[in-house]
Design a protein around this ligand. Structure first.
Ligand code: P6P
Length: 337
């Protein structure tokens, strides 16, 4: 007798894409080609990381591996995997990668989409077994453009999609194609992403703040005062202070924020006057996802991240992002609310 509890009607990512395409009759299936290339890249990077961790564990690394060729660093590998996946999509024309100084142009591809990505964000944490991730923003090329830097130096609100993959104990995918956001978990046996968090909404508040206080010596006084306020029990928070949670890998800190709520921030400081996180492939995609989940994302001055425009493909931005009520707390503090 088969176990009745087995769900035989699971929604895989390919099925989800087909069903969401039906809801958008004018969609010509192009977006599905991009998502198909993206999900392959995430699966391949996930497998590569787990194999590399295994290899590290049993000590086969070293500078030269068993076949004598140079042991590639994981973020270089992740970048190569991602570049090949976007090239194979046939409709991604240009790619901005955190690993590449200049944008990559796919001559043979149709000029339909531009992708900006951080192939392995937080890779410095890998050896410590901390979750890392891939973060992606998706733009449609400007009308009658055949692909140029102006196609990626766009205002954040022109994004047509964003996603991140997190390589943790499981591999998770958070995806938004312009409406709701949906969470998937990779079933390694099936080799498919399965829908696990349909139409995810970020909690409106939680007593969690996530910031690297090691930078506080270099912060503006107003930021020092605000963070001090979060740590002071007051009647607004029912007499309890915020708890601090900081992993140091944006995808991991943001994944927790999507599920539990709270406030993540990387403000500018005297060392990083424009902040540390990159606009095109860290701040923009996370802001797109958070806003579609009911949250907010602003910079130190309280300007909406999605209203910003990149001048250079590796521009940085300060960021305050997460639960709407908690970002509002910051906006009130700086007099923007
Ligand atoms: P810090 C990782 O290097 C990263 O780009 C993000 O993933 C993370 O949020 C941030 O930098 C951590 O920076 O200065 O706190 O180590």
């Amino acid at each position: 007798k088969v176990d009745e509890s087995i769900n035989t009607d699971i929604i895989t990512l390919p099925r989800f894409i087909i069903e969401s395409q039906k809801q958008h009759p004018k969609a010509k299936g192009d977006f599905s080609l991009v998502l198909n290339a993206l999900q392959f890249a995430f699966k391949f990077i996930s497998q590569t990381i787990r194999k590399a961790e295994l290899v590290n564990l049993i000590g086969l690394t070293g500078d030269i591996n068993s076949t004598g060729d140079q042991q590639k660093k994981l973020d270089v590998l992740g970048d190569e995997i991602f570049i090949n996946a976007m090239k194979s999509s046939s409709i991604v024309k240009i790619l901005v990668s955190e690993e590449q100084e200049n944008l990559i142009y796919f001559d043979e591809n149709e000029p339909k989409y531009a992708i900006c990505c951080d192939p392995i964000d937080g890779s410095s944490n890998l050896d410590a077994g901390v979750s890392v991730g891939t973060i992606v923003s998706i733009f449609r090329l400007l009308p009658n453009s055949d692909g140029s830097t102006t196609d990626v130096l766009r205002c954040g609100k022109e994004m047509v999609g964003a996603c991140y993959a997190m390589y943790g104990s499981s591999t998770h995918l958070m995806l938004c194609m312009g409406d709701e956001i949906d969470g998937f978990t990779l079933d390694n046996n099936l080799g498919e992403f399965i829908l696990t968090y349909p139409n995810l909404k970020i909690p409106s508040h939680n007593l969690i703040y996530s910031i690297n206080e090691g930078n506080s010596y270099y912060w503006d006084d107003s930021i020092v005062t605000f963070v001090q306020k979060l740590k002071t029990p007051d009647q607004e928070t029912g007499g309890k202070p915020f708890s601090s949670r900081y992993i140091g890998s944006m995808v991991a800190d943001m994944h927790r924020t999507f599920l539990y709520g709270g406030l993540f921030a990387y403000p500018s400081d005297r060392k990083n006057p424009n902040g540390k996180l990159r606009l095109l492939y860290e701040a923009f995609p996370m802001a797109f996802l958070v806003e579609h989940a009911g949250g907010k994302a602003v910079n130190d001055q309280g300007v909406r991240i999605l209203d910003l425009q990149a001048e250079h493909i590796h521009d940085k931005s300060s960021i305050w992002i997460g639960s709407a009520d908690d970002v509002d707390k910051y906006l009130k503090h700086i007099g923007k609310l």
